[in-house]
Ligand binder design. Structure first.
Ligand SMILES: [Zn+2]
Length: 65
């Protein structure tokens, strides 16, 4: 079982999630860990965002050059 990173709702593997467009585009940081559904600590940084799960560590937005 996985969790939608934007809503925290359990989703079946492979099912398309109903997400805000900004989230799909990567502009919106995920708020929940996709692996455990915990709420993550999100920080917006100048070039994107970071999100930290207490169990699974930190995610970062794709940092393009
Ligand atoms: Zn996690």
């Amino acid at each position: 079982m996985a969790f939608d990173p934007f809503t925290g709702v359990e989703v079946a593997a492979g099912s398309p999630a109903d997400r805000p467009r900004a989230a799909v585009l990567g502009l919106e940081p995920p708020r929940y860990c996709a692996e455990c559904g915990r709420r993550m600590v999100v920080q917006v940084v100048p070039d994107g965002w970071t999100a930290r799960c207490s169990r699974h560590g930190q995610l970062e937005s794709a940092a393009g050059p």
